[in-house]
Design a protein around this ligand. Structure first.
Ligand SMILES: Nc1nc2c(ncn2[C@@H]2O[C@H](COP(=O)(O)OP(=O)(O)OP(=O)(O)O)[C@@H](O)[C@H]2O)c(=O)[nH]1
Length: 453
């Protein structure tokens, strides 16, 4: 699906930090080993993705018709949860027998793979352990070119040359493996912390990763797969679309600091709900900033959804009440209420949100049905303190993480999931109306670690 590959491309753009760090760690203390052309780098690891993923949906929040439920709470889970993750990675990483190959006779000098000063490979570490096709079917070099041919997922080096190939010699490949010891674990912890995963999460992830593998040799590709698996395990329980309830209107309060992407997210969500056949009303609750109201009107126009506004400086709660009345009269399915994000004066903001909730409860005592906290992924660790604050001043029921297309700080999502367990309903991957996607843990983990899934 075109949209989905676009999403993956964008997420991959932000993955370089962790990916390069992993490459560097293994290369630093690793030993280059040679493999015969028909020998895989390692026994294939169990795939991190435990189950075939459901086809990603264009509309992340929920299916068009959720199963009717008498009460909005507890969470009705309109889309079936993925199967619980088995723990296939608890198996020790198979350690290749040493030496990896028989010495190959031939005119070309071969480096000793066991020597510490064996030449480093010049290409990035292999990404995929899939064995290469036999050399007879896949030439290691382009005819006439005396340079290694990069084959996706593998590094070819020490080419036997034309004569060698004429004589039927197999090309040798190299892989760097490093013993998973305390030093390496410490480096991995530091890398994960620097990627915004937070200390607790980084320690837990590396401890799980080392379980049953301590003292064994691992390649970059194996480390990436193991890491992606651990991240997927943490993220899977929180990947949940925004639940839809039979209640009309379902009131969605949208909170978050200024600039986090609330307005944009409301516009994107409104557009997707509308495309799914829902009638939506938006209330421009940040009445203190004329620009914010105007921007929301632009998004409402784009989405084809009415936006209720009030004069600048008027009471947001009064606007919310009017919007609730209109949404009820119109029989709207959803009322999305934008709010101010001024954290400079937390007491005022707390009172403002509490008042909005009080007045809409006069109309429906079960409202708001969702309180979405919009977080800007580029703020890294700061997102954690924002969750802390907004949990105190509102009843946050789920997260939307924006700007994942423009940051190398995606690791904070792992820390958020690990620490708070709040559902991540959707992720923003751009500024356009369709740049909002469901959160897919396996794709996210692959993007973060630089694993080609
Ligand atoms: N690259 C990228 N930019 C985004 C994304 N979401 C929002 N933005 C941009 O972030 C900026 C702030 O977004 P807004 O939606 O105005 O944020 P807000 O929280 O409503 O901010 P205030 O109106 O100031 O309260 C805008 O320039 C958006 O285009 C995203 O997923 N990716």
């Amino acid at each position: 699906m075109a949209f989905f590959s676009k999403l993956k491309d964008r997420l991959f753009r932000s993955s370089s930090k962790l990916e390069q760090g992993l490459d560097a760690i293994v290369e630093e203390g690793g030993v280059v080993e040679e493999l015969a052309a028909d020998q895989p780098e390692a026994e294939p690891q169990p795939e991190p993705r435990p189950e075939p993923q459901p086809e990603p949906q264009e509309v992340p929040p929920a299916p068009a018709e959720p199963a009717p439920a008498p009460e909005p709470v507890p969470d009705p889970e309109p889309i079936p949860e993925p199967e619980p993750v088995p723990e296939p990675q608890r198996e020790p990483v198979p350690t290749p027998a040493e030496p990896q190959r028989e010495p190959e006779p031939g005119p070309a000098p071969q480096p000793d793979p066991e020597l510490p000063d064996a030449p480093e490979p010049t290409q990035p570490m292999p990404q995929d352990p899939a064995p290469l096709a036999p050399p007879a079917e896949m030439p290691a070099e382009m005819p006439g070119l005396d340079m290694p041919l990069e084959i996706p997922g593998e590094t070819l080096s020490n080419s036997p040359g034309l004569l060698g190939r004429l004589l039927g010699r197999k090309a040798a490949r190299t892989v760097t493996r490093r013993v998973l010891d305390d030093d390496m674990l410490e480096q991995l912890e530091e890398l994960l912390i620097s990627a915004d995963m937070g200390v607790d999460t980084a320690l837990r992830v590396t401890a799980n990763l080392a379980e049953g593998r301590f003292g064994k040799k691992v390649s970059t590709d194996e480390i990436k797969r193991l890491l992606a698996h651990e991240i997927t395990r943490i993220m899977e329980p929180v990947a949940k679309p925004m639940p839809l309830y039979p209640k009309r209107p379902q009131v969605v309060l949208v909170v978050g600091v200024n600039g986090s992407g609330k307005t944009t997210t409301i516009g994107k969500l409104a557009s997707q709900f509308k495309a799914a056949g829902k009638s939506v009303v938006i209330a421009a609750g940040d009445t203190f900033r004329a620009a914010a109201v105007e921007q929301l009107q632009v998004w409402g126009d784009r989405a084809g959804v009415p936006v209720l506004t009030a004069p600048e400086g008027s009471d947001p709660a009064s606007l919310a009440f009017d919007a609730m009345t209109k949404a009820q009269e119109d029989g709207a399915d959803l009322l999305m209420i934008d709010t101010a994000g001024r954290l400079q004066n937390r007491a005022d903001l707390m009172e403002e949100l509490a008042k909005i909730v009080r007045v809409i409860r006069k109309k429906d005592e079960t409202a708001p049905h969702n309180t979405l906290l919009v977080l800007d992924a580029t703020t890294g660790q700061n997102a954690l303190s924002q969750v802390e604050i907004f949990k105190k001043i509102s009843d946050v029921s789920g997260l939307v993480m924006t700007k994942l297309d423009g940051t190398a700080k995606g690791g904070v999502l792992v820390a958020l999931a690990d620490k708070y367990g709040l559902p991540i309903h959707a992720i923003g991957v751009g500024e356009q109306i369709d740049d909002l996607a469901p959160f897919d843990p396996a794709d996210f983990a692959a993007a973060l670690t630089g694993l080609e899934s």
